[in-house]
Design a protein around this ligand. Structure first.
Ligand code: ADP
Length: 424
């Protein structure tokens, strides 16, 4: 038997019945502290007096003060169903309505058994027929009512904790959803400005090409010196106009190509081509540039079978970009272009220079659009920073890859590996 001291409120108007309960309690072996009242009104008043019976369960602070901890609280109410001022059902309702959470055992008289279901539904923990009050079953009923009640309270606390963490989770979820929405919105905005930038680039480069072609055309006309000859100084000036216009047109074309690649409008057209011939032709086109800087431009082609099924313009553009970079970033020495087959279906084209080289930390960066190793305004070499980004895109479209090997101050080697036959 439990050694706990139970505080019991006995509500019964019949003194004899109260005596029966008291005797049974005494014999039951339970340690009890009994308070007796005769009617409903006194029961409520007594309960209210001991206000701290209220179970302190707040939503935020889920501490539960159990009756074990404070002994001035009632642990259980033994309630006579028929009281002079109120019946058991209504008294239970009243107790509940003032927020008193206590186990209630209803003591029913002869013939009250059929209302047992109603009593239990109203919130009683148990019921006992007065006729059957004996020490043993009274003790069992009291201890199990208290045990059940405490277990229910513990479940309630756990439930409240669950609800609280659930609410927290819902809040966090809502926050996450909000952030997701924001990211989506920012993505759309980014995409819009990206599209706008590409459109702007495409339109501007297109619009700039027409006047540039006119400037170049008229400069070439003047250089024909017909019908009137130019003075030496005039000729020098017009030649400078023409050269600068060519450079500018190259940059404009680069921007136009880049915007086309970005918009996915550059189409690959595979065709049978002679790589040997293509390299020689391109090298000759650039020879004058190398010559102006007194650089050697050499080819080393080791192709038994020079035929490829690839995009002619893509390869030409790749070679031009790599060679012209080599020439641009080299002050003395040699620019060499090599071609060989490494596997039956794999071709390597590499361009090596003895120029300024690239620092390891810049090696990845320079393949990004508009990125240059030297981003300062005082940089010596002009350019848009698009050449390598375009080259990489073209090589990727051809099913290949581009790699870089470089040492600062010594030179660089760009290696392009592409399939001999473009795989549709
Ligand atoms: P651009 O030549 O117009 O600047 P690129 O995309 O062709 O643009 O090259 C990006 C940058 O990579 C260059 O600005 C330069 O810093 C570096 N780079 C490219 N090729 C070479 C090279 N052969 N030697 C040294 N640096 C190079």
């Amino acid at each position: 038997m439990s050694t706990e001291n139970f505080s019991i409120l006995l509500v019964d108007d019949d003194e004899v019945d109260r005596l029966t309960v008291k005797r049974a309690l005494k014999k039951s072996g339970l340690a009890v502290n009994l308070t007796e009242v005769e009617n409903g009104e006194n029961a409520i008043a007594t309960l209210k007096l001991r206000e701290d019976h209220l179970v302190e369960v707040s939503k935020t602070n889920t501490t539960l003060t159990t009756n074990q901890q404070t002994n001035n609280k009632f642990d259980v109410i033994l309630l006579d169903y028929r009281l002079p001022d109120i019946d058991g059902l209504h008294l239970i309702a009243e107790i509940k309505s003032i927020n008193l959470d206590l186990p209630i055992i209803v003591l029913t008289g002869q013939g009250d058994e059929e209302i047992a279901v109603k009593i239990m539904k109203a919130g009683a923990t148990d019921y006992l027929s007065k006729a059957k009050i004996e020490p043993k079953n009274l003790a069992i009923s009291i201890t199990s009512a208290i045990r059940i009640h405490r277990a229910e309270q513990a479940v309630e606390v756990a439930n409240q904790r669950l609800r609280a963490s659930n609410e927290l989770l819902i809040l966090k979820n809502q926050e996450l959803e909000k952030q997701q929405q924001q990211i989506k919105l920012q993505n759309i905005q980014l995409q819009n400005s990206y599209n706008l930038k590409s459109e702007f680039l495409a339109t501007m480069s297109h619009e700039l090409r027409t006047p540039m072609n006119a400037i170049m055309g008229f400069s070439q006309l003047l250089l024909r010196q017909y019908p009137d000859p130019l003075s030496q100084q005039q000729q020098n000036l017009v030649e400078r106009i023409l050269n600068n216009s060519k450079n500018l047109l190259d940059m404009i074309n680069e921007m136009l190509d880049f915007s086309k690649i970005e918009a996915g409008k550059l189409e690959l057209k595979p065709q049978k081509l002679d790589l040997n011939y293509l390299i020689q032709l391109t090298v000759e086109e650039l020879r004058s540039l190398a010559f102006q800087k007194q650089l050697d431009l050499v080819t080393d082609i080791k192709l038994e079978d020079p035929y490829l099924i690839q995009d002619y313009n893509f390869i030409k553009r790749t070679i031009i970009n790599l060679l012209s970079n080599g020439i641009k970033f080299t002050e003395s020495g040699t620019i060499s272009i090599k071609a060989e087959a490494i596997e039956e279906n794999q071709i390597i084209i590499s361009v090596t220079d003895t120029g300024i080289g690239i620092a390891p930390e810049d090696c990845d960066k320079i393949f990004q659009a508009f990125r240059q190793a030297d981003q300062s305004f005082t940089r010596q070499h002009s350019g848009t920073g698009l050449g390598l980004a375009i080259t990489q895109s073209l090589v990727t479209m051809m099913g290949g890859k581009i790699t870089l090997n470089s040492e600062l101050g010594k030179g660089s080697t760009f290696t392009v590996e592409i399939p001999r036959k473009y795989d549709v």
